[in-house]
Design a protein. Structure first.
Length: 326
């Protein structure tokens, strides 16, 4: 991989160079400021970078601001970005992941820990290459709107420019980074589109992607008064982590999501209304959970919303939904 490390501390850059060299198989390019990093990225004819290692505290533009700029560049929209910093406070972690960071590594770090993170990065880079290959193939044959193929129900959906929405692996890493004390006031819950399997069968690829993106926007809008991170998990399900001790009133929240979706006036490609209905699972207070336990809460939240949706689909409302999507 070709890696760009950005840090105003030359000792940290030299240490990274040594450790990355010991791991092997990578090319590290060093930069001592965000401005210099952007110059290197913009160099004509230079090969693109596969991964970024950013310090947070730097003079001028800091690492979080640089992360936001990188995410605005199409080719780096899904590139792994690791924040490397001495800052352990929750507000720095929150800012980093909200800006689009993939992971967060605190100094001083050891070779074993860095090697583990780089394995994760390599996996993400390979997934991005596969995604880009598929997008290129789609663009060179026909537009996605014209495609008659169904978008895979389990597949991730590219959701950009919606406040609080992050990729699923980043949400897992965020929870893994926070301490028990930091997570005490946090709550995890999941939201699912009811009857998504039937909707998926009816929708063309473009319709399905729009449906997922618009639902993410409705969830984000309904959580706008609270600090929250949202991620699409596949199968029409979204995981939400809310902070500041707020425990959602699910009836009020779902009502807000439905109102947002109604205003969007969503339709299938043939002009039929989608009439989306969503349900929410049981909120899980993280309290003393941290690390793997906190990450496991994401799976528990998804299991909970699956059970709620099954119950809904077996109810009279489920019969109505089935007729609508038939």
């Amino acid at each position: 991989m070709r890696i760009l490390a950005v840090d105003d501390d030359p000792i940290s850059l030299d240490l990274l160079e040594v450790l990355i060299g010991q791991i092997g198989g990578h090319v590290l390019v060093k930069s001592d400021s965000a401005a210099d990093a952007l110059d290197k990225i913009a160099q004509r004819g230079a090969a693109p970078f596969d991964c970024f290692l950013l310090d947070i505290e730097m003079p001028g533009m800091n690492g979080v601001e640089l992360c936001e700029i990188l995410r605005s560049i199409a080719v780096y929209r899904h590139s792994p970005i690791l924040m490397i910093t001495r800052k352990h406070e929750k507000r720095f972690i929150d800012d980093a992941f909200s800006a689009g960071a993939s992971d967060y590594l605190t100094k001083p770090f050891e070779l074993g820990e860095l090697r583990t993170r780089m394995r994760m990065v390599e996996k993400l880079v390979n997934e991005n290459r596969k995604r880009n290959d598929k997008l290129f193939a789609a663009k060179t044959t026909r537009k996605i709107r014209e495609s008659q193929e169904h978008y895979e129900l389990h597949a991730p959906v590219e959701i950009d420019d919606i406040p609080g929405v992050v990729e699923y692996h980043a949400l897992e890493n965020y929870l893994a980074q926070l301490s028990r004390r930091s997570l005490f006031g946090s709550t995890v819950f999941a939201v699912k589109i009811a009857g998504v399997e039937r909707l998926h069968q009816k929708a063309e690829a473009f319709d399905f992607v729009c449906m997922i993106t618009d639902t993410a926007e409705a969830i984000s809008d309904s959580l706008s008064d609270h600090q929250a991170l949202i991620s699409y998990c596949g199968y029409g399900t979204f995981a939400c982590v809310v902070e500041d001790g707020w425990r959602p009133n699910l009836d009020s929240f779902i009502d807000s999501v439905h109102k947002c979706l109604k205003l969007m006036d969503l339709h299938f490609g043939d002009g039929e209304e989608m009439n989306l209905v969503v349900c929410a699972g049981r909120p899980i207070r993280l309290l003393s959970k941290s690390g793997e336990q906190a990450v496991n809460a994401l799976s528990q939240a998804q299991d909970s919303v699956e059970a709620v949706c099954r119950e809904m689909e077996q109810s009279p409302l489920g019969a109505v939904l089935s007729k609508r999507s038939a």
